[in-house]
Design a protein around this ligand. Structure first.
Ligand code: GLN
Length: 507
């Protein structure tokens, strides 16, 4: 199976968008910056997504225009239909050898101008494949009006009508709702929307996202899909989902993690991180409560008390100078007070700057991401190895798609804490960064207890640091949260939450 997301916006990928616009940027093994939905797909199915699983209008147009310039359409007037729609169909069907199903999600709302070419393309595809080889699921909203005490089916009727006006008849209508939809309302939707009543599936809000597979099963979604494709359905085994939801609902204790970041008012900006912490909680059978803290507050006197009651501190990935000093203050608190600290990407870079300034007596230590500085402990990466190739960058390079992206190997020092956590000395994790810890400062930092326990295979790029004189203080240049799954919590998150549990017992 392949799972794909079609995004109708004009950016080539979400890599250059603010997380406030679009939520987290999810990075695939092969280094694509994609929509955060691909993270959900991976966590739910375990199928690693690839560059080819997320397409945007920007990518489609770039491709069509490049072809036009090459002369591939010589003589023809290049148009949305058929050239753009053909390119979309090509995307849907590409790299799908050996798979039984390609599940495509189209972002946006039916009726959006920019979504039209996508709907037209899948309409054509549905026609070309025929009803036995294609299925349309339409997701709608059935709002509950509290003041009237009533569920409204009108928005569903309207959006189905809108969809039908572009030639697509949904086979299944999935109705998001916060209250159960009574049977007569479902019948009404079925009647107006031209579907069987059993194909009107209630998608009731659930307490945890991992309850969705069971909830949809109980509403008969899988049965409808099997019936449509004339597949002999056997009852699915949902026991592992039940195990996960059971642990989430009835944990044996709770820990609080303070996440000191920049985009803390939109939790979707840290979607994979929030999920990975939940997974670490599942592994330790505790609930992980997260205090999302805006790092800028730590730039004022007295704010550090917000960290007094947390059992672990995490500084996640981030960009730019705003709030960096607050993150450095949070690192210092974690280091001095022996609170478990987990620095991810930017969080590792800030940890190294903190140690350089306050332990290694380099008060002018900083990152060139914020401008020139006297001791560039963190600097722009200008050259690195990608397989047999050397990637080169300079300050004038394009900003889109040019970071060190995707899976890279890392060698872990035997006997280090990281070695113990991974149970391995060679790992491979996903990256997304433009700056790196400057290897030239290794000696001065190791002298004060900052161990460089993981490096790129050429020994040039620090991937992991740990503090020797601390119960749990780890910084990683990569993003372990991207690979964590409910059934396979990432070992770093399992270990971090375990350390937070130990910390909670001390407090
Ligand atoms: N801004 C930093 C860099 O580009 C960190 C990036 C991140 O945290 N993903 O290296």
């Amino acid at each position: 199976m392949r799972l794909r997301k079609l995004d109708p916006y004009l950016n080539v990928d979400p890599g250059t968008m603010s997380p406030y616009q679009h939520g987290e940027v999810y990075v695939t093994d092969d280094g694509a910056e994609t929509d955060l939905d691909l993270g959900h797909y991976e966590r739910f199915t375990g199928v690693p997504s690839r560059r080819g699983d997320n397409v945007t209008t920007g990518q489609i147009y770039s491709k069509v225009l490049a072809r036009e310039r090459r002369g591939d359409y010589l003589g023809a007037t290049v148009q949305v239909i058929p050239h753009v729609t053909d390119a979309i169909k090509e995307f849907v069907l590409s790299d799908a050898g050996g798979v039984d199903f390609v599940v495509c999600e189209i972002g946006g709302t039916v009726g959006d101008i920019e979504g039209l070419p996508f709907l037209e393309a899948i309409r054509q595809l549905g026609y070309e494949l025929g009803p036995t080889r294609s299925l349309f699921v339409h997701l709608t909203l059935v709002p509950y009006l509290a003041s009237a005490g009533e569920l409204k089916t009108k928005p569903t009727q309207h959006s189905v009508k809108e969809l039908q006006s572009v030639g697509i008849k949904p086979d299944i209508v999935l109705c998001r709702c916060e209250r159960p939809i009574p049977i007569d309302a479902r019948r009404k939707i079925a009647l107006f929307c031209n579907v069987r009543p059993s194909a009107v599936i209630q998608a009731l809000d659930v307490d945890t996202i991992y309850a969705v597979p069971r909830a949809y099963h109980e509403e008969g979604l899988d049965e409808e899909v099997c019936r449509h494709f004339v597949l002999e359905g056997t009852a699915p085994d949902l026991s592992r989902w039940d195990y996960v939801t059971g642990r989430i609902r009835q944990p044996d204790g709770e820990v609080t993690i303070g996440v000191v970041g920049k985009y803390t008012t939109l939790i979707d900006s840290y979607k994979s991180l929030a999920e990975a912490m939940t997974h670490g909680g599942i592994a330790n059978n505790v609930r992980v409560k997260v205090n999302w803290l805006d790092s800028e507050i730590f730039e004022s006197e007295g704010a550090i008390q917000n960290l007094e009651n947390v059992h672990g501190i995490l500084v996640p990935g981030g960009f730019g100078e705003r709030g960096a000093e607050g993150k450095i203050a949070a690192v210092r608190f974690a280091r001095e007070r022996q609170v478990p600290y987990f620095g991810i990407c930017f969080g590792m870079q800030m940890a190294v700057i903190e140690a350089a300034r306050n332990l290694a007596e380099l008060p002018k230590a900083g990152s060139t991401e914020f401008g020139p500085c006297e001791d560039p402990i963190v600097g722009l990466m200008t050259e690195w190895a990608l397989g047999n190739r050397v990637e080169r960058r300079n300050t004038d390079s394009d900003k889109g798609g040019t970071m060190r992206l995707g899976t890279y190997p890392c060698l872990i020092e035997a006997g280090s804490k990281l070695n113990e956590i991974y149970g391995a000395t060679e790992i491979s994790e996903r990256h997304r960064h433009r700056y790196e810890v400057n290897i030239n400062y290794r000696e001065s930092l190791e002298r004060v207890g900052v161990r460089f326990s993981g490096l790129s295979p050429d020994g040039e790029l620090p991937e992991i640091i740990e503090l020797s004189d601390h119960p749990w203080f780890i910084g990683v240049q990569f993003h372990p949260e991207l690979k964590s799954k409910p059934f396979e919590p990432h070992p770093l998150f399992t270990s971090f939450i375990e350390a937070a549990v130990a910390q909670s017992r001390l407090m």
